[in-house]
Design a protein around this ligand. Structure first.
Ligand SMILES: Nc1nc2c(c(=O)[nH]1)N[C@H]1C(S)=C(S)[C@@H](COP(=O)(O)O)O[C@H]1N2
Ligand SMILES: [Mo]
Length: 390
């Protein structure tokens, strides 16, 4: 295992857009403002949230860069970036969401550990690259394989960055082999983002994108792919990004009792308003995003302007502001939808948004019921306050 050679070196960080809200400087963790987040269905790269656990690696010699695929199977390969670009290219529109999205609101109820995030620890991009299932074919793994002859059941992704949680070793994560080898799960080895070369913040020269799954499994700056028997035992799989009940605290936690979180649950947030707003009486626009994990679409978004007593349905949109038809095959199944409702407000009130996904899953009403010590997956009803200007 790599040891921490010295203090982490943050002298080579890329430049970033000045409007980002910085939640932690080193490692760099930042999200766009609410307003910027919903200004475009495809998030411009400079506004895309940035979530890191160490300094941004510098991969400058692309001619010597390669990714190895090895482990529990009959043969192994080294793939240059050109080899990966020779595989069929796919563009997949997918929203990445950090499991810590909306953590600050959970911490406000009862303290949790982790970087504080408002409602914008997610963003939507068109990822261009090769499908992981096609790369796995190069080592003899056919589509929809559950287990290799030598017992491999998981696909591990290892990066080149140095994380303090790994004692200076690289970030890593894994997904099940049946998902990795299934063409329909759209797992990508991405070298492009929104039609441009992937930038350093988002994983240059190559990253994994696992649609519908918490961002933590979409490993950036990919170095090695390993076919392994059990789930990756790295810190971010074994001792982080797991969902615990509210009864578990830092004194009684037993990490091995829970599985690593994979799909994210149904989520939405209002982005046209801050937590507390002063407005004039009249029309108010309630707009935001909604999404669900595992390829489940959004069935509807409900809005209440009276603290949850009555509800109206918002309109939902994807690209080009075209109204969504749920389950339309031309919709972006891995991407968020935007929602919008215009309501008349005459007095101080609480506005709430909650989404329902295509499996009829609904967001939970209260954050207390899903509170967990690491503050992940706060998907409780999103509430904002309106005060009438006097
Ligand atoms: N190598 C590496 N990959 C990583 C991380 C990291 O720190 N190092 N962070 C993960 C987490 S927790 C998230 S939410 C996403 C964020 O991706 P982004 O910075 O492109 O938005 O990257 C994931 N992949
Ligand atoms: Mo994350």
């Amino acid at each position: 295992m790599q040891g921490l050679i010295g203090p982490p070196d943050y002298s080579q960080e890329p430049s970033r857009h000045p409007s980002l809200r910085i939640n932690a400087k080193e490692p760099f963790n930042a999200e766009p403002t609410r307003e910027n987040l919903i200004s475009s269905y495809i998030t411009p790269v400079e506004f895309f949230f940035k979530r890191n656990h160490g300094p941004i690696p510098l991969v400058d010699d692309i001619s010597s860069y390669n990714v190895s695929i090895g482990g529990l199977m009959e043969k192994s390969v080294q793939l240059s970036l050109d080899d990966i670009k020779k595989l069929p290219k796919h563009n997949v529109t997918a929203t990445l969401q950090c499991a810590g999205n909306r953590r600050t609101a959970m911490s406000n109820k009862k303290e949790v550990r982790g970087v504080g995030w408002d409602v914008a620890a997610l963003s939507n991009a068109i990822w261009g690259g090769a499908k992981l299932c096609d790369a796995l074919k190069l080592v003899g793994i056919e589509y929809n394989t559950k287990m290799t002859l030598s017992g491999g059941k998981h696909v591990e992704f290892i990066s080149v960055d140095q994380c303090k949680e790994e004692d200076g070793g690289p970030y890593k994560a894994s997904i099940p082999l049946h998902q990795a080898s299934n063409p329909l799960s759209d797992v990508l080895l991405a070298y492009e983002m929104n039609g441009e070369v992937l930038n350093r913040d988002h994983g240059y020269p190559l990253r994994v994108v696992v649609p519908g799954v918490i961002g933590a499994r979409s490993v950036k700056w990919l170095d090695r792919i390993n076919i392994i028997e059990e789930e990756c035992q790295g810190f971010f799989m074994a001792k982080d990004y797991k969902m615990f009940p509210p009864t578990v605290n830092w004194d009684n936690i037993i990490w091995s009792t829970r599985k690593p979180q994979m799909d994210f649950p149904v989520q939405c947030a209002i982005c046209s308003l801050e937590d507390v707003n002063t407005v004039k009486p009249g029309q108010v626009t309630i707009a935001g995003y909604a999404l669900s994990g595992g390829g489940r679409g959004i069935e509807r978004v409900d809005i209440s302007v009276d603290g949850g007593k009555t509800w109206i349905e918002a309109s939902t949109y994807q690209k080009d502001n075209v109204q969504c038809i749920p389950y339309d095959i031309s919709s972006d199944k891995w991407a968020w939808v935007f929602f919008k409702a215009v309501v008349g407000i005459t007095e101080d009130t609480e506005i709430i948004a909650k989404a329902v996904d295509s499996s009829a899953n609904v967001q939970p009403e209260h954050v207390e019921t899903i509170w967990n010590l690491r503050g992940i997956l706060n998907t409780s009803w999103h509430r904002v306050r309106l005060q009438i200007a006097s």
